[in-house]
Structure formats: C-alpha cells, structure tokens
Design a protein around this ligand. Structure first.
Ligand code: NAI
Length: 338
C-alpha cells in the first residue's frame, strides 16, 4: 500500500524547496501519495487562520507529514504554528542530525545527532507581561516547565536511538548549575538512567555553554547530544554551521503515533521568491521520513545521489558557493538517480 503523507509547502522558500524535493522523491521511486495542506502566513492570508483545522485533521489521519518552514512573527502576532503542531501531536523527540556533504569546509566528516526535547521547557509559552505604573510591558516572565515524565521519555529516546543507530556516546547538555530545579531534574534523570546502558552506550554530561564551545573547537569529541527545548533549538543551528549552514540540516519530530519531518531552517525571507534556496535540508528530512516508514532503500539512493552532486559540483546553490538555482540543483540530483 502506498502511504499518504500530509505535505505542507509552507512559507517563504517553502514552496520552492518542496517542488524540488517532490521531484527527487518521484525520481527515486519513493512510494508516497501527497495530501497537500496549507499552514503559516500563507494559510492566514488564504483562510484567515495560520493553522487551519483541515491541516490538523490531515496530519492526524495520516500520522505523517513533510513540512516546509512556517513563518512566525517576532514579539506580537500569532503564536508559532510549528510549536502548536509539536504540542498537538505530542511530537516529543526532535531528531536533528548533521553530517558533512560539502567539501572544503573547516571541518570534514562531521557526523553528529542532536536530540531535542520538543514539548516542555521554555517553549511551552507560559509567559506574560507585567504592567507597572501604566507601562503595560514594564516586566515579563516565562515559565520553564520540566517534568520527570518528559525528561525520562526524551532521555530514553536518546539512549535507544544511540543503540539502534550504532552510536557509542550520549552527551547530556544542561544548565543545572544555575537552573537547579528544572535543569537539575533533567540531569538527575539522565544520571539515574545511564547505568542501564553501561557497556553499551557511554554517558557524559556537560554544561551547555561549555558544550557550545567544545562543539566549535572539537566537534569530533561528540556523538549523540541530548538537551532541553531551547538549548536544542540554538545548538542545532550551531551544529548546522559545522556542515555548511542551515541549508544542510534536516529534522524529524517524533511522537508515539505521528511524525512530522521538516528542515531545521525557517522561511528564509531574505532569499524567498528568488529560486536559489538549498533544498538539501528538506530533502534529507524526506529521507528520514522514508527511513521511518521502511523505505530506506529509496532514502539511501537519494543520499548517495545528493552527495555525488555536491561533491563533484554537478550543481551547487549560492549557499554552497555555487550559482545554480534550486530547480537546477534538484534536476542534477534527479539525473544522478536516473
Ligand atoms: P531562517 O532559517 O529562515 O534564515 C536564516 C538564514 O539562513 C538566512 O540568511 C537564510 O537565507 C538562510 N537560509 C535558511 N534556509 C536556507 C536554505 N534552504 N538555503 C539557503 N539559505 C538558507 O531563519 P530566520 O530568518 O531567523 O527565520 C525566518 C522565519 O522562519 C521566522 O518567521 C521564523 O519564526 C521562521 N522559522 C520557522 C521554522 C520552522 O518552520 N521549522 C524554523 C526556524 C524559523
């Protein structure tokens, strides 16, 4: 049976990279049917709602989605639809791998995976402004929600992911020296769980700020990293920088009964409409989706073709130092598959 996935092209560069990715998926013989849906600013303009019910219903019934970036206004405006989707479908584990494809960078052979807790922490959005003496935004506070249940399931996921993927070490990055309750609970949960994996997966912890420095100085000392929501959001962009930038970073948001795959990057408003975005992040996210549904052979063929295109310079988008556009890049990958 051909699985149906919800396909959300999204905002900014989203439609451009989605077109490129579906072309390559077709050429690779991926068995997928697409249920196209709107979300984000595009949906707000078209349907008056950044998260239409039809889109949520589609994700729920398919249990699988490939999603382009969705823009979120900073400061005011509507709340993040990305965060809402993760919350609604309890997509608690965000897998963000980075590996080197582009030659000539400061580092070669990077192969790291960041596992980010996706439903708790500061991103629960429990925050408000405090009005003082007529100034409605005189002060503000946010709650960082951390539960033992949430810590246990993401840390379990990280250890099990390491075993299933032949990885040797899990590094738990935290700020438990300052945030003794929230981050302390995360660290304590990891320390209690690690002995169950002794002899199979090594375990260490590191303070988040020092971990950021070590990632830049010597990324090879890490393997799988696990951390809370906001730290994971920030460090995964840093890690994307190790392999050439956000255009190369895929991700999967995984829950018990639903999974949503998307590039790590946002809508890239500065290059949207120019047709020059790098579709690699979304293409590798689609490969993660194929792995997830047992079509690993199509994923393997796409990764091989993609690596050959970038390595041999068949086509390169501007962020790779080339001058090819998104569709020329996709066509080059399709040629390697053909
Ligand atoms: P961004 O990731 O859109 O862009 C940051 C920089 O990376 C820009 O210079 C952009 O041109 C470049 N870039 C991003 N993707 C690229 C690609 N595929 N190829 C070549 N260059 C690429 O981050 P920014 O500007 O902070 O966010 C823009 C909007 O996207 C915001 O509204 C934000 O909320 C949203 N966003 C959505 C995400 C999602 O849907 N999962 C994730 C991150 C941000």
């Amino acid at each position: 049976m051909t699985p149906t996935i919800t396909l959300i092209p999204g905002d900014g560069v989203g439609p451009e990279i989605t077109k490129a990715v579906t072309l390559v998926l077709g050429e690779a013989g991926a068995r997928l049917q697409y249920d196209r849906q709107d979300a984000g600013v595009y949906a707000l303009e078209r349907h008056g709602d950044p998260m239409p019910q039809a889109t949520m219903d589609s994700i729920e019934s398919n249990g699988l989605a490939l999603k382009g970036p969705l823009a979120t206004p900073s400061g005011g405006g509507f709340r993040s639809v990305n965060v809402a989707i993760r919350k609604e479908f309890d997509l608690y584990a965000n897998i963000r791998p980075v590996s080197t494809i582009l030659p000539g960078l400061r580092y070669q052979d990077i192969d790291l995976v960041l596992i980010r807790e996706n439903t708790e922490g500061l991103y629960v959005g429990v925050e408000h402004s405090i009005s003082i003496a007529g100034d409605r935004r005189a002060a503000a506070e946010s709650a960082m929600i951390t539960t033992r249940f949430g810590c246990e399931r993401i840390l379990r996921f990280a250890f099990e992911y390491a075993i299933a993927n032949g990885r040797s070490k899990v590094t738990l990055a935290h700020k438990a020296n300052i945030l003794k309750h929230t981050q302390g609970l995360f660290l304590e949960t990891g320390e209690l769980m690690a002995p169950e994996y002794a002899g199979r997966v090594a375990f260490e912890d590191g303070i988040i700020d020092a971990t950021a420095m070590h990632l830049v100085l010597d990324p090879y000392r890490f393997d799988v990293l696990v951390m809370g929501n906001m730290f994971g959001d920030i460090l995964s962009d840093l890690m994307a920088g190790l392999v050439g930038g956000l255009g190369f970073a895929p991700s999967g948001n995984i829950g018990e009964s639903c999974a949503v795959f998307e590039a790590v990057h946002g809508s890239a408003a500065d290059i949207a409409g120019q047709g020059v975005a790098n579709p690699t992040g979304l293409l590798l996210s689609a490969c993660m989706l194929l792995d997830h549904i047992g079509q690993g052979e199509a994923a393997r063929r796409i990764r091989t073709a993609l690596e050959a295109v970038v390595l041999h310079g068949d086509a390169r988008t501007p962020d790779m130092g080339g001058s090819d556009n998104t569709s020329a890049f996709a066509a080059a990958v399709a040629r390697r598959l053909g």
